[in-house]
Design a protein. Structure first.
Length: 146
């Protein structure tokens, strides 16, 4: 029975990596919750957030951005080279929420970088957040076989 519980917990841990979100710029429009991030390989990051609206606002595909940044060392940020992001766009009322999920390729995903996301970036009250990028499952598997 204990083995079954351990196996289930391992499968759940591999399936998703819930990471803390740190809001760096508070917005009157929304808050963020349910952040997930997973490094699929050395160049691909899969991440998602839940946007919880505090006021009526339009969520558009052209008013948010993300990049990988290092807030500890003075190193250059990495912008996504490509990928796909999915969300429902349009006007949202107070109390509604929407998911934003992305799978993106980067030139590199260096250790100690964070995924920095800015929502409503063309407004007076942008919402900025950072999420840690966990060590990837593929690296853990490679280390086990080494």
């Amino acid at each position: 029975m204990i083995r079954i519980i351990v196996v289930v917990l391992l499968i759940v841990g591999i399936a998703t990596d819930i990471v803390p979100c740190t809001e760096i710029d508070e917005s009157i429009y929304a808050t963020i919750s349910d952040c997930t991030a997973r490094k699929l390989d050395p160049y691909t990051l899969e991440w998602g957030i839940k946007i919880n609206f505090k006021d009526e606002v339009e969520h558009r595909s052209d008013n948010w951005l993300n990049l990988l940044s290092d807030n500890v060392h003075p190193r250059f940020p990495y912008l996504p080279l490509g990928g796909q992001c999915k969300s429902e766009y349009g006007k949202f009322e107070k109390g509604q929420n929407v998911l934003l999920n992305c799978t993106q390729e980067f030139e590199d995903i260096p250790r100690d970088y964070v995924n920095t996301v800015v929502l409503f970036e063309d407004s007076r009250f942008p919402l900025g957040l950072e999420m840690k990028i966990p060590l990837s499952q593929y690296r853990k598997q490679l280390n086990m076989h080494a």
